[in-house]
Design a protein around this ligand. Structure first.
Ligand code: AMP
Length: 243
């Protein structure tokens, strides 16, 4: 990729351009995690997944993990103050200097307001990518999802099957259904999404300042393979990387 005028990817860390806060927005199963990975590779900035951060706290068994286990198992959101704090600390690490990709945050109006405050203070440019997917597509995607409990690699019966059914390609461990991908939990997560997260999109529509470079782009993420969807995202964001 060509050297970016924004300082993304190959430019030195200290630049005078604004850091980029890329916010991937979409319901559970809309492909945020997959698209984040493509974007990390393309832009050379890190992915920040609040879901992954919380699962890591649970895995290590610390006090944060203990405080969120029940809510996560039930598919409920964890408290705003906690995720705000986790994200705030993470984006102040040196690898986020030129920008970062938020996956799964903000999810509530309180989180969105806090995020806008932080972006303003950091003079960052906010770009929201809304992945728009049908309810039925989401249910079928999530129900085919499997994870390796050892290395965390994600598989999908349709879009990314393992070489041997039910077994991790990398370490041979038997794949499992993630606790919060179980059907009743998925339903609960979708209800939460409708209730709490949809209004966040409305918030961005009204409060983003175009003069600051902030914008919201809607990308159809139904039916097509992940590469096709990524091409759509790239075409919306070309101006961020061409110098
Ligand atoms: P995810 O992997 O992004 O689907 O997140 C899995 C679970 O982590 C969610 O169902 C919530 O319980 C919790 N979680 C992740 N991100 C947030 C957030 N921004 N606010 C509140 N809870 C979150």
């Amino acid at each position: 990729m060509a050297l970016s005028k924004r300082g993304l990817k190959s430019a030195p860390a200290a630049t005078s351009v604004k850091p980029l806060a890329l916010i991937l927005f979409g319901s559970p199963g809309s492909g945020k995690g997959t698209q984040s990975k493509y974007l990390v590779k393309w832009l050379g900035i890190p992915q920040i997944s609040t879901g992954d951060m919380l699962r890591e706290h649970i895995r290590t068994g610390d006090s944060i993990g203990a405080s969120v286990t029940d809510r996560m198992k039930a598919g409920s959101l964890v408290p705003d103050e906690l995720v705000n704090q986790l994200v705030f600390e993470r984006i102040h690490q040196p690898d986020c200097e030129r920008g970062f990709i938020l996956d799964g945050y903000p999810r509530t109006l309180a989180q969105a307001e806090e995020m806008m405050r932080v972006l303003k203070a950091e003079h960052a440019e906010g770009v929201v990518i809304h992945l728009v997917v049908d309810y039925n597509v989401i249910i079928s995607r999530i129900s085919g999802r499997r994870v390796c409990p050892k290395c965390g690699t994600l598989y999908n019966a349709v879009s990314r099957p393992p070489k041997v059914d039910g077994v991790c390609d990398l370490d041979g461990t038997a794949l499992v259904v993630r606790e919060d991908d179980k059907e009743e939990v998925v339903r609960q997560r979708l209800v939460q999404y409708e209730r709490q997260t949809q209004p966040v999109i409305e918030f961005f529509r009204t409060s983003f300042s175009r003069s600051n470079g902030d914008r919201l782009v809607e990308v159809k993420a139904n039916g097509d393979g992940p590469e096709t969807i990524f091409e759509r995202i790239k075409s919306e964001l070309q101006d961020l990387v061409q110098g």
